[in-house]
Design a protein around this ligand. Sequence first.
Ligand code: FAD
Length: 384
Amino acid sequence: MKFDVCIIGAGPSGLSAALEFLSQGAKVLLFEKSSRPGRKACGGGLTQDAFEFLFTRWHNKKKFSLKTCGPLETCRQLAVYSGNSAIYRGANNLTPSDGDGMNRFFGRVHTQREIFGKECLSVHTSAPFMHVSNRVVWQNAVLMQIKEDGAEIIDERVARVSDKFIVTENGRSIETDFVVAADGARSLVRRTLKLPSAVGIVCRQQIVESSVANDFDFAIPSVWFHYDMFGAGYGWIFPFQDELRIGCGVPAGKGAPSLLKSSFERWLSHLRLPIKAGQMQTGSIGSRYFGHRFGRVFLAGDAAGMASSVTGEGIFQALVSGREVAKEICSPSYRSEIIPGLAIQHERTFSTVSHPIIGRSLYNNARSILKIPGVSQLAMRKFS
Ligand SMILES: Cc1cc2nc3c(=O)[nH]c(=O)nc-3n(C[C@H](O)[C@H](O)[C@H](O)COP(=O)(O)OP(=O)(O)OC[C@H]3O[C@@H](n4cnc5c(N)ncnc54)[C@H](O)[C@@H]3O)c2cc1C
């Protein structure tokens, strides 16, 4: 049997591409190697843009709604630690319970001061900062929708790809007009195309029960910039139900894996959190873009290098690029301006923060820089 398009990977980019193809009447086959897609290492943080993409754009989907995709927690506050200082970001429209959270946070600054010895700067914005989501739940809901809309799904790993055929690890060979590679940062298809690796950031993440963090109240998500530890990367602590996702990422390159391990352990001991408690995960983020159209083969999401090399955020970029790639295939005259636009924007920001002098100075002096009128809003927008 022949398909209009074969998509490899049921992550955000593959799912988004599949929904767009199906809405245009294409005959779609999706390959997924994992029995539970969405279980990969990820903080699960959805920015407001990603949240709106999922729940506004797809609001008419039967299987997919805020109810079917819970639990999903909205965070309207973010604590940002930079160099030796703490910067707090909170929404203007705080509800009483958010207020409690804010008070808890400011109460905690005392404890943080013991670690970093500096005071906290607070920055307020009006929009929620992010939503913490369970990817297994919402990806599964979209997968169900795609099946209902008529896509075929094969739960097998793709072993080989050409522009006309896909061959699975069990030797199944399928003919197709187009291939969409949505197979993540270490994409097999990207290797087949002999492109440089998409991996721009390497990460470690530890998932621990909230009770492990006895000394602190980590109810508010926080991100930690510290040039001496993470270079142009950063650490994050995202609270989710009864667990904390504590992770960090550093720019990929020579020596990155050992720097990552030692920085992570150093940071945990700064935070007085136990090392090697809970579940340890490693992962890569695809943030190096070298094009997305290669004849009949198209790359999307991390496989195309769409994630931000600065924030590591990739879910929104995966959703958007999956949709854009599907549009390009369905309408031959359509050329996405969004895909190269996002890539250029990330590259510019990254070249600034990865500069050894500029980056160090920006990250370590963020507190003073953010006091300049207008700069704080601009910088915080770059975050989200
Ligand atoms: C530790 C960590 C934390 C992160 N935290 C965040 C965050 O909080 N917020 C955010 O926005 N982004 C985050 N990211 C980035 C985000 O996870 C990715 O950018 C996003 O998942 C990319 O989506 P994707 O669909 O392109 O690829 P993926 O989500 O990686 O999906 C690829 C899919 O393809 C499948 N696949 C791969 N190879 C094959 C094959 N040969 N055959 C069949 N199937 C295959 C995989 O099983 C997988 O399901 C994080 C990344 C890491 C590593």
